[in-house]
Design a protein around this ligand. Structure first.
Ligand code: ACO
Length: 433
């Protein structure tokens, strides 16, 4: 395992008096793990860790995250520096290939993304078949799965990865914009090769055939930053899903579609939509956010402060810090005054001083402010999670690639502790009560 050293052993004393001696591993950032891979074979015991709160599923060289200190780095580069100095195409290359591209590599990569942006014309019929009420995440996941039908070479595990990766990075952007156009009944706008990655997406989202569309450099920069902030977050729910699906040998489109579906939930990527819905609900019922926070603290109706809390961050999410500052900049530039921003800031201020949130180490996460920026950019609420998926795509791909290239990869197959009925006799229908 490159980057991982052995550092002694740990002993586990089991109830039958047996002892299990387990190797201790340490990663490049001094993270320690007890390696239990031989535990069941040696002792018959398994470990139980619902929600995988303490379980490392893999070693990985992609993203480093320290939730206590609020650190996030992609391939060693800090998220703050990447968001300020890089763009999404370069970050995608970095995540997938491990290094920042040279000028030549960058040019080739950009050209490939430009050349692969169209989707098969027949796929346009799929968009027509969905009802207008369809959630764009349903459309996106189905379309990404369908890509495997159009590129059956992906079913061969030895087919060139690079081509599938390029197709995904380029076509998911087109599919995302098409699913939006479909939902508002406007004609689909084809990609334009003269535009850069982000500008091309904005063009496909907001242009109409009857008018010239100028890409705003401010919106393009904001989009790049948003996508960079979402680009990877190590073994989160959707990325672990991508790895799990991919570990069975399923093709990369299927694995990514799995990630999209896992992201959809409101406890994960769906939280950005849930935050805006929460803020709108508070505003529509008079704006009393202190009462809402009181409901959350007293767990009335199982309410949660959406956009707060994180499984790993027990400190301010560094992405939320960047987004909060960005929110002000983008809204001022666009001349947008959004009452939801004031509401969100008020709620954050109250929550950060409140014993309930302080004691549980609940801070704003990446989703707390991102929705407000997307709104100001003209992106509708039900598209927020699609935006997240577009940003997370290079991270998912990088993890899928790392997994298939890792000789130690095994099919993901957790165990369980059975807690059901013991063996019993079948009861014929007429004898059942
Ligand atoms: N509002 C109120 N209370 C909360 C919140 C919240 N947002 N988040 C956690 N808590 C409380 C829980 O009620 C629990 O309290 P208890 O100990 O009294 O029972 C305690 O904090 C621990 O919460 P868990 O749910 O056990 O923590 P977990 O690590 O499993 O959950 C999660 C993390 C799902 C992100 C959670 O904080 C949450 O639901 N947040 C709101 C949804 C959200 O914003 N999700 C986006 C996460 S970022 C991302 O995926 C991109």
């Amino acid at each position: 395992m490159p980057g991982v050293d052995k550092k002694g052993t740990a002993k586990l004393v089991l109830p039958d008096g047996k002892e299990a001696t387990l190797p201790v591993l340490v990663g490049t950032e001094d993270e320690y793990a007890v390696d239990i891979r031989s535990l069941r074979a040696d002792s018959g015991y398994i470990t139980l860790d619902s929600g995988y709160m303490n379980t490392g599923s893999t070693t990985s060289a992609i993203t480093y995250l320290d939730g206590e200190k609020g650190i996030l780095r992609y391939r060693g580069y800090s998220i703050e520096e990447l968001a300020e100095k890089s763009d999404f195409v370069e970050v995608s290359y970095l995540l997938v290939n491990g290094e920042l591209p040279t000028a030549e590599q960058r040019k080739t990569f950009s050209n490939q993304l430009t050349r692969h942006s169209l989707i098969h014309e027949d796929m346009h019929h799929f968009f027509a078949g969905y009802p207008p009420t369809s959630h764009p995440m349903a459309v996106l996941s189905a379309m990404v799965t369908s890509l495997s039908a159009y590129y059956p070479d992906s079913l061969d595990r030895n087919s060139p990865q690079e081509l599938h990766i390029t197709r995904l990075l380029s076509k998911v952007r087109t599919i995302a914009a098409f699913s939006y156009k479909k939902s508002i009944g406007q004609p689909l706008i084809y990609p334009k090769n003269s535009l850069r990655y982000g500008g091309n997406f904005l063009h496909m989202m907001f242009a109409v055939p009857s008018e010239e569309y100028q890409v705003s450099p401010v919106l393009e920069k904001a989009l790049n930053q948003l996508l960079i902030l979402h680009a990877d977050h190590e073994q989160n729910c959707s990325t672990s899903t991508v790895r799990l699906v991919g570990s069975s040998g399923a093709n990369v489109y299927a694995a990514i579609a799995g990630g999209i579906l896992a992201l959809w939930g409101p406890l994960h990527g769906g939280a950005n939509q849930a935050v805006i819905e929460m803020l709108e609900e508070i505003r529509n019922s008079g704006g009393d956010y202190k009462k809402f926070i009181d409901d959350v603290k007293n767990k009335r109706n199982n309410r949660r402060l959406m956009g707060f809390g994180h499984r790993v961050y027990k400190n301010y999410d560094p992405r939320a810090k960047i987004l909060k500052a960005m929110c002000d900049e983008v809204l001022v530039h666009l001349g947008v005054k959004d009452p939801l921003l004031e509401l969100a800031k008020g709620m954050e201020e109250v929550a950060l001083k409140d014993e309930y949130f302080v004691s549980k180490k609940l801070y704003p996460n990446v989703d707390f402010y991102s929705g407000i920026i997307y709104r100001a950019m003209g992106i509708p609420t039900n598209m927020f999670t699609v935006m997240f998926a577009l940003g997370r795509l290079p991270g998912w791909i990088a993890h899928w690639k790392e997994m298939v290239e890792d000789k130690e990869t095994k099919i993901g197959r957790p165990r369980q502790i059975y807690a059901g009925e013991k063996q019993r006799k079948y009861v014929p229908l007429e004898a059942r009560k």
